[in-house]
Design a protein around this ligand. Structure first.
Ligand code: F6P
Length: 548
């Protein structure tokens, strides 16, 4: 590829932002709110059901204008349009990036290499819906004729984190008579704990792997097949107890799964962008095809917003640019996502792969080293638990940590009548934290409480910690789809500005290759060439300890 794109840091728009940051060093959110009483209204955007308040950020109209100029200079919207058109924007793998086609409505047209992929997408969704319906109704039985009561999804990375997260989020929409578990770790403990109390005759394994070569997944799937066959004693049982979600029919068949029981997706769906494809089958079995469809509609709503909303009201663009403002001009190394919802307990873990596998890159699309920060470390857990663990560091530590606070006006369905007061308490915490982080507590305010002078520095909160607050009425399947699409496109925006390929993941390959190479040293004591002295000694210690 020609070395044509100017380096980001030499662009005049970048320099303008650096100069602006230098002038803005003393700005405090307290002053920004005092001088601009309309700020909360002006810096709020509504997307579908999501009310997104970004007023508690260290920005002015000028900051936003300069960030938008950077987005224009780096052609974020042009790159966005190329993605939606199905161009091969994943250049290192020569692939289109079309997770947006997975939620395109029936009848839409999205072409890859001249072929409209929307009919294929809906054919697979229909096949999934029929199968999920048969399992849910009891029509699909196991080998012995028993009803399927347990679904065990075996996958890792994008073939696990999405459905596992969404299953937690939408628990109250699931069929509570079904037990649904997710196994990802090659540590045998994961599979053992998932199946130890299950009846094999009532258990369906859903083997989720885009490539169907991932060692963890194939190892766990093989062990699961052994567990099943030990109990049912007949190879033909596999047909009723194993289905596959994959792009690789040949490997699925080699494993022994009938390709009639395979749910297909395509190489233009990245693993971390795949849970709304066939990879969502376990989720669909749990919540039903209608709720799954609602979730896809939620995704699509935000896709359309991202595709059509003007820059100044485009939520993924704004969120992406705010991340750039902190990561590239304030020295922030991380970004916290703090949901005030227990159902979102796996949400941040899901975002870690989405964001960090996408934007953890250090060369640009032309292969040149970048001299600017790329993706942040994404972290966080449900907010109220975090408040009693690591919020201290956010409030009074030395780091810049922008955060997203996510909450809902109503508790989900079955809890809403019983636990309304408890929900208000939960949300009071969200609002209190947003306020405390932004405005802190001045030394004078502390003194006014009669605190001794020696204690004043310890009890003073600098504040000025930026947050985005995302509110919605209720955590429904559609709202989940809206949230995920919002973050997907935010990650896209950042990769577009940084001029990196957000859709490859070569960085995880080295570890995979080395693990395969090292394994014989552990199992057979083989002399593996190229092992460094430290690793050789560790392997020797491991083998000695294992004997005892
Ligand atoms: O972690 C690397 C990765 O390739 C992810 O991108 C992917 O989601 C995961 O492994 C699982 O891959 P597969 O679905 O092919 O088993």
């Amino acid at each position: 590829m020609p070395d044509t794109t100017p380096h980001l840091t030499v662009r005049p728009q970048w320099t303008a932002l650096s100069d602006h940051r230098a002038k803005q060093r003393q700005v405090h959110l307290r002053d920004l709110f005092t001088t601009d009483p309309d700020r909360a209204g002006r810096y709020t955007v509504q997307v579908g059901d999501l009310h997104i308040d970004y007023s508690k950020h260290l920005i002015t109209d000028e900051t936003l204008a300069l960030l938008q100029e950077l987005a224009t200079a780096t052609d974020v919207f042009g790159q966005r349009d190329a993605m939606f058109r199905g161009e091969k924007i994943n250049t290192t793998e020569d692939r289109a990036v079309l997770h947006t086609a997975l939620r395109a409505p029936r009848g839409a047209v999205v072409e890859v290499d001249g072929v409209d992929v929307v009919p294929q997408v809906h054919a697979v969704l229909d096949k999934m819906a029929v199968f999920a319906g048969r399992v849910r109704s009891g029509e699909w039985t196991g080998h012995t004729g028993k009803r399927i009561k347990n679904v065990v999804n075996i996958g890792i990375g994008g073939s696990d984190l999405g459905p596992a997260m969404a299953y937690e989020v939408l628990r109250s929409f699931t069929d509570r008579d079904l037990t649904v578990r997710f196994v990802s770790n090659v540590d045998g403990a994961d599979l053992h704990e998932a199946v130890r109390d299950l009846d094999p005759a009532e258990t369906l394994f859903v083997i989720a792997s885009k490539t169907f070569t991932t060692i963890e997944t194939i190892t766990n799937a093989t062990a699961a097949r052994g567990w099943l066959l030990k109990a049912l004693g007949d190879d033909s049982a596999v047909a009723k107890h194993f289905v596959a979600l994959s792009t690789n029919a040949e490997k699925v068949s080699d494993f022994g799964i009938d390709t009639a029981n395979m749910f297909e997706f395509w190489d233009w769906v990245g693993g971390r962008y795949s849970y709304d494809s066939a990879i969502g089958l376990s989720l669909m079995i749990a919540i039903g095809p209608d709720a799954f469809r609602e979730m896809l509609d939620g995704f699509h709503l935000v896709d359309e917003h991202f595709r059509t909303a003007p820059a100044e009201a485009n939520a993924p663009l704004l969120m992406g640019l705010l991340g750039i403002w902190y990561g590239n001009f304030h020295g922030a190394q991380s970004h916290a996502v703090l949901p005030y919802s227990h159902y979102l307990s796996k949400f941040t873990a899901y975002l870690q792969q989405l964001d960090m596998e996408s934007n953890g890159k250090s060369v640009d699309r032309e292969g040149r080293p970048v001299d600017w920060q790329t993706g942040p470390v994404v972290w966080g857990t449900p907010g109220t638990n975090g408040q009693h663990a690591y919020y201290q560091l956010i409030h009074q530590g030395t780091k810049v940590i922008p955060a997203d606070l996510i909450g809902f006006a109503r508790p989900v369905g079955e809890l809403s009548a019983r636990l309304a007061d408890q929900h208000d308490l939960l949300m009071a915490n969200l609002f209190a934290q947003g306020q405390a982080l932004a405005f802190g507590k001045t030394a004078d305010e502390v003194r006014a409480e009669g605190v001794t002078e020696a204690q004043v520095p310890h009890r003073t909160f600098r504040g000025n910690h930026p947050t985005t607050t995302i509110l919605a009425k209720e955590l429904t399947p559609s709202v989940l789809g809206q949230l995920i699409a919002l973050y997907e496109h935010k990650v896209f925006v950042q990769g577009a500005v940084w001029n990196i390929d957000s859709f490859d993941q070569w960085g995880v390959e080295l570890g995979k290759v080395l693990a395969k190479r090292v394994e014989p040293a552990l199992t057979e004591g083989a002399d593996v060439p190229g092992l460094d002295a430290s690793t050789q000694a560790l392997v020797a210690t491991y083998r000695t300890l294992r004997k005892k």
